[in-house]
Design a protein around this ligand. Structure first.
Ligand code: ADP
Length: 469
């Protein structure tokens, strides 16, 4: 639940479009404020520098006209005429004593005087107010031979026009700043809204998709940008989900079918048996048959439970270094009675003793399943060859039979649950199509790769590729 109370915060938090617009506008506002401030300061500086230059020229003119050296001032008498004929009415010149009393001034000052500000030294140019307007002013100290200030030469130029220009510039900046920001915010909201509209479509489609219409897909945007990738990724995810749902459904219906068939057979057999009294041998045969069916059911339930346990990932493999060859020999010994029944010989090819990282119990289940398949689907009196070899940092164990083989189109599907290449050919072997899915699951848990190659009527070879220790 959203805890923020402020509507402004909610406005930002709730909506990606608003957040993009806000962040963009905020960053731009900072930039514009910086540009405006710098521009204003540069213009102000340029304007003042021009006035300062004028004052400087005027000071040197006045001093040279009066033949005065500021470090050897010998009295105010040297200043005869303070009026500059070329710039009449535009400059103010005034001489003040060391205490600030007016000694002499230009005719432009007529009835008023420039205010003396003792805080400014000779090199300073500063703004000063003069008769309700502002002037740019300089106060040049006049020193006698001993370095004592005898008075000041004050030169000032009116700033009125420049101040108006600067004020106008400032007003333009201050007025345009909020206008630019508001316009920018509105435009960004519109552009951001348009840019993220495909996201809304993605959300709407994703919301519409349920288990019932899992086939629906999100339309891909025109441009191959991040939104395109997002939509494509979600579509891929939906493909996988649909596939997984389909497999789950298939699994449930396969499992119930496999359980219902023997149950129905047992039920039917017993119902027929109870209708009238029969010979003892007849009872024995039918009960034997029922027991066989029940054993098959028990085996199926065992395999289902095993698969459920391994698939729930609750069981973690206990990986250790397993000596592969002795382990294989043990499994072969266990399977030997079944091989002997079909006069199958099991050959073992190995060069050197190798250890592989695996869980002993899991590895045994894998080998038992593959080897029992090899025996099940082999011709009588054929040979099963088991080989162990090192190949590019891996250890490969292969189990090859000379059996009926698997058609090429079924090679990838044999690891699926309840998958049997041909149900008719399995009826004699009694398999449920769960063995290889258990093998795959156990191999995945231990990082073992399982693959196979097969040729119908020639034979099948299973490969277990172990990571090197
Ligand atoms: P099943 O219990 O039916 O043997 P599996 O999952 O072990 O189930 O095998 C799936 C299917 O793969 C089998 O039904 C069989 O058709 C085929 N298969 C597995 N191993 C071999 C093999 N060595 N030779 C030929 N076919 C095989």
């Amino acid at each position: 639940m959203l805890k923020t109370k402020s509507p402004w915060k909610r406005f930002l938090v709730m909506n990606l479009r608003n957040r993009i617009a806000f962040n963009y506008t905020f960053a731009t506002a900072l930039l514009i404020a910086l540009v405006f401030t710098v521009t204003y300061l540069i213009v102000e500086n340029v304007v003042y520098r021009q006035f300062d230059e004028t004052i400087k020229n005027e000071v040197s003119e006045v001093l040279s006209k009066a033949h005065i050296n500021t470090n050897d001032f010998q009295g105010f008498e040297s200043f005869h005429d303070l009026d500059n004929k070329e710039s009449i009415d535009t400059e103010f010149i005034q001489l003040v004593s060391r205490t600030g009393e007016v000694v002499k001034k230009s005719s432009t000052l007529s009835w008023c005087a420039l205010a003396f500000d003792p805080s400014h030294s000779g090199k300073d140019y500063f703004n000063n107010s003069f008769s309700e307007s502002i002037v740019r002013q300089a106060q040049i100290p006049l020193l006698n031979k001993s370095g004592v200030i005898e008075g000041y030469l004050i030169v000032a130029v009116p700033l009125k026009n420049a101040i108006i220009v600067l004020q106008d510039l400032r007003n333009v900046f201050l007025f345009s700043f909020p206008c630019i920001i508001v316009t920018l915010f509105v435009l960004t909201i519109m552009i951001a809204g348009k840019s993220i509209s495909p996201i809304k479509e993605v959300i709407a489609t994703a919301e519409r998709i349920t288990q019932q219409n899992l086939h629906q897909r999100i339309g891909l945007p025109y441009h191959r940008d991040e939104l395109y990738r997002l939509s494509a990724t979600i579509n891929d995810l939906l493909d996988r989900l649909q596939e997984a749902f389909h497999r789950e459904k298939q699994f449930t219906s396969d499992a119930s079918h496999e359980l219902k068939t023997p149950l129905a057979t047992v039920k039917g057999t017993l119902e027929v048996l109870i209708r009238k009294p029969r010979e003892k041998e007849h009872y024995e045969t039918k009960i034997q048959f029922c027991l066989m069916e029940l054993n098959r059911m028990a085996k199926l339930i065992d395999q289902l439970l095993m698969l459920a346990r391994y698939e729930s990932s609750r069981i973690k493999p206990n990986i250790e270094s397993v000596a592969l060859v002795p382990h294989l020999e043990e499994v072969i010994l266990k399977m030997m009675p079944f091989a002997i029944e079909k006069e199958i010989s099991i050959k073992m090819d190995h060069n050197d003793p190798v250890s592989v990282p695996a869980d002993t119990a899991f590895l045994e289940l894998i080998l038992v399943n593959i080897l029992s398949n090899a025996i099940k689907y082999s011709r009588n009196a054929s040979t099963i060859t088991i080989a162990v070899e090192r190949k590019a940092k891996t250890i490969v164990c292969s189990i090859a039979d000379q059996g009926i083989g698997i058609p090429e189109e079924n090679i990838t599907t044999v690891f699926e649950r309840f998958y049997r290449v041909d149900t008719s050919r399995n009826s004699s072997t009694g398999g449920f199509g769960l063995g290889l899915s258990i093998v795959k699951k156990l191999a995945d848990l231990q990082n073992i790769k399982v693959s196979l190659k097969s040729e119908p009527n020639i034979g099948t070879t299973f490969f277990l590729i172990f990571p090197s220790t």
